[in-house]
Ligand binder design. Structure first.
Ligand SMILES: Cc1cc2nc3c(=O)[nH]c(=O)nc-3n(C[C@H](O)[C@H](O)[C@H](O)COP(=O)(O)OP(=O)(O)OC[C@H]3O[C@@H](n4cnc5c(N)ncnc54)[C@H](O)[C@@H]3O)c2cc1C
Length: 317
């Protein structure tokens, strides 16, 4: 019998974010039909992208304009859509949005939830996720009528599987919640426009960057590399950059293709957030640093010299 999987699609300015495609690839299997939940976007404009990865139903969820940024309303809308389309498994990205939305959905329906998964066995209902700062990999089997999984962005290589999708509408415009109102949403003007969890390339700074002003060097370089800027906890605790940029055990877990660590020693807690990177490059003055023995390429040099030089080379081609 065919089973239905609901996949919550994240959009950026009306465009499907790349990291959704790995998640869809992970969910594809015989006897499973993939429903994409698209909130507050024109499903027609994302249809081609989604059907090229094997989505067969696109559910366009409409919310009242005043409720669009309200995660409690979004969670309720998804839950109602799950019932409407007989969905037994929900996937979303383990991004800032997913970390807000998925636990709400799971809590409201009493469903089991595993976040930050990088492997999924649909038949066994098993997922893999890392634990204890990446020291162990847990294989977790869940049961229940509906199961909720957060998928680590960029952890799965997207593979196309072209087909065609039908658009379905779900009206959530009457949904309201009590006790929770989003008053204002501010952008973070200190960071780059690229999302840390989604970026293919991350350039990150630690104590070796020495102060807040020197992080400007990383932002300038990131622009040329089309990279996001990350940071160690020391850089965040020192007030040089906001917490949203922290990579590690108590920060963001990232899996970029390339991670450039500048003036970062490579503590266990930092590695916990970036050890699944495709390639790690370190710029450090100390050859004895842990990052040097755990990276693919390194240079023993002052990051404050190397980064502007790298930017200059990228500028001049
Ligand atoms: C419960 C817990 C959770 C934690 N969570 C996190 C987390 O999520 N993320 C995180 O990052 N940390 C976390 N930490 C902190 C972690 O233990 C380390 O203290 C931290 O990662 C170190 O940051 P750092 O590498 O920037 O600084 P340091 O360890 O001080 O390293 C600085 C590095 O910069 C190099 N350097 C100095 N000057 C230069 C220069 N001019 N050019 C190039 N290199 C230079 C030095 O050789 C050194 O290797 C956590 C700790 C605990 C206890």
């Amino acid at each position: 019998m065919m089973k239905n999987i609901g996949i919550i699609i994240e959009l950026d300015n009306g465009r499907v974010k790349e990291s959704n495609f790995g998640m869809i690839t992970l969910a594809r299997a015989k006897n499973y039909e993939l429903f994409a939940f698209v909130m507050d976007a024109d499903a027609k404009s994302v249809k081609q992208d989604l059907e090229s990865f094997g989505i067969t139903k696109i559910v366009e969820i409409c919310l009242a304009p005043a409720q669009r940024n309200n995660p409690a309303v979004r969670a309720k809308a998804i839950i109602m859509a799950l019932k409407e389309f007989d969905i037994s498994m929900v996937l979303g990205l383990s991004t800032a949005m997913g970390k807000d939305l998925l636990p709400r959905i799971a809590a409201l329906i009493g469903a089991p939830l595993v976040m930050d998964c990088f492997h999924l066995d649909l038949e066994q209902s098993c997922v893999k996720t890392s634990q204890y700062s990446g020291k162990t990999i847990a294989t977790i089997q869940v049961t229940g009528d509906i199961r909720v999984f957060g998928i680590r962005p960029n952890a799965i290589e997207p593979i196309k599987a072209p087909g065609s999708a039908r658009i379905l509408k779900f009206d959530g415009s009457n949904i309201v919640t009590r006790g929770f109102k989003v008053v204002k949403t501010n952008g973070n003007d200190k960071g780059t426009s690229l999302n840390l969890a989604e970026a293919d390339v991350i350039i990150a700074g630690g104590r070796g960057m020495k102060n807040s002003d020197n992080f400007t060097l990383l932002f300038q370089c990131a622009k040329k590399l089309n990279a996001a800027v990350g940071a160690s906890r020391v850089a965040v605790d020192s007030g040089w950059v906001p917490y949203s940029m922290q990579v590690g055990q108590t920060g963001e877990k990232v899996s970029p293709k390339v991670y450039i660590a500048c003036g970062i020693s490579g503590s266990i807690q930092h590695f916990a957030g970036m050890k699944t990177s495709g390639m790690v490059i370190a710029i450090n003055t100390d050859e004895g640093s842990a990052i040097i023995s755990n990276c693919d390429y390194y240079t023993i040099a002052d990051a404050l010299d190397i980064i502007p030089e790298l930017t200059r080379i990228l500028e001049n081609g």
